[in-house]
Structures are given as structure tokens and as C-alpha cells.
Design a protein around this ligand. Structure first.
Ligand code: HEC
Length: 159
């Protein structure tokens, strides 16, 4: 008798917790960060201004542009809070360091510094972020692909 009472108390509590969690999960969906998808313009774009060959452009777009440009390629789960908040933070932070969509507007010194930072990040395997490639394995770069990108970066003459 006593035992049965206990079980139903725990069952009841579990049900309340489940219902509350669902309410919270639905509730937080109403706070939506703005989408990082601006009106498409390639005027200031890095790959276009530096005339990246097609294969290199494809690699960099796939691996870096969702965080470091004005055009994020969202997946359906990126829209679901709290993942959407995490994604939004990453994009804001990434763009504050480097935004490929604003390349043409950077001055000569910023461009040079950024090129050398990109090489360093690639060489040290820091980018794309590991937390990103877990969810987007196709963004991971092979040694050979990294080498191709770096070789091309060295050919850029900054103006
Ligand atoms: C998931 C988002 C994401 C992706 C994808 C990503 N980055 Fe980043 N990147 C960040 C964040 C966040 C920072 C700032 C914090 C840090 O340095 O870890 C950053 C910083 C940088 C910096 C500045 C480092 C410094 O010393 O200031 C460079 C350069 C960079 N990333 C290059 C790249 C390149 C090149 C790629 C593609 C191969 C790439 N990133 C892909 C999120 C990303």
C-alpha cells in the first residue's frame, strides 16, 4: 500500500517535469535570433574580389561562410532554440573577427593580417570549429584541401 503510494508520487512528479519541460521548450521558441541572411551582394565579397578559382571558392564557402559571411546556410535544426541561440552567438563572434562579405572594404593592413590569421587557423586545425564539423562533417577540410587553400592564399596580392 505504502509502496504503491510512493510509486505514483514519483510517476506524478515525472509527469509534471515532462509537461513543464515541454512548455519551456515551446516557450523558448518564441525568442528567435535574427537570421544572418542579408540581401545578396557579392560586391565586397572575398572570393569574388580575389578571383578565387571555382574549386577553392567551393571549399571556403562550404567550410567558412556560414559563420564568417553575411549569408548563413541554415539547417532545419539551427532554427530550434536553444541551438539557434548557440548558432547565432557563433556567427556574431565569428563575424566580429572576420567577415568575408566585407572584404573589399577592409584596408590593406587588415587584409594582410586576416590572410595570415586564416593560414594560421588552417595550419593549426582550429577552423572550421570542431563543434561545427560534428554537426556538419562535410565542412571538414582534408590535409590536401587545406594545402590547396593555403597555396592559393599565398598568391593573393593585397591592395
Ligand atoms: C561554426 C562557426 C565557424 C566556422 C564554420 C568557421 N569559423 Fe572561424 N571563427 C569562429 C569563431 C566563433 C571565431 C572567434 C573565436 C575563436 O577564435 O575561436 C573565429 C575566428 C576565426 C579567425 C580569427 C582568429 C583570430 O586570431 O582572431 C579566423 C582567421 C577564422 N576564424 C577563419 C576561419 C576559416 C578560414 C574558416 C573555414 C575554414 C572558419 N574560420 C570557419 C567561428 C567559425
Amino acid at each position: 500500500m505504502v509502496n504503491r503510494g510512493k510509486t505514483s508520487f514519483f510517476k506524478e512528479r515525472r509527469r509534471i517535469i515532462t509537461v513543464l519541460s515541454i512548455i519551456v521548450l515551446i516557450g523558448i521558441q518564441f525568442y528567435r535570433p535574427g537570421k544572418n541572411v542579408q540581401k545578396k551582394s557579392l560586391y565586397n565579397d572575398f572570393l569574388r574580389n580575389e578571383k578565387a578559382p571555382e574549386n577553392i571558392a567551393e571549399l571556403i564557402k562550404n567550410s567558412c561562410y556560414s559563420c564568417h559571411s553575411d549569408y548563413t546556410d541554415y539547417y532545419w535544426y539551427d532554427h530550434i532554440a536553444p541551438a539557434s541561440w548557440y548558432v547565432d552567438n557563433h556567427i556574431k563572434e565569428a563575424k566580429s573577427h572576420l567577415n568575408f562579405s566585407k572584404w573589399r572594404r577592409m584596408d590593406y593592413r587588415d587584409k594582410r593580417a586576416n590572410l595570415s590569421r586564416i593560414v594560421t587557423e588552417l595550419n593549426e586545425d582550429k577552423m572550421p570549429l570542431a563543434s561545427y564539423t560534428i554537426m556538419h562533417p562535410e565542412a571538414k577540410l582534408t590535409e590536401n584541401e587545406k594545402k590547396k587553400i593555403i597555396d592559393w592564399l599565398y598568391t593573393i596580392e593585397v591592395r
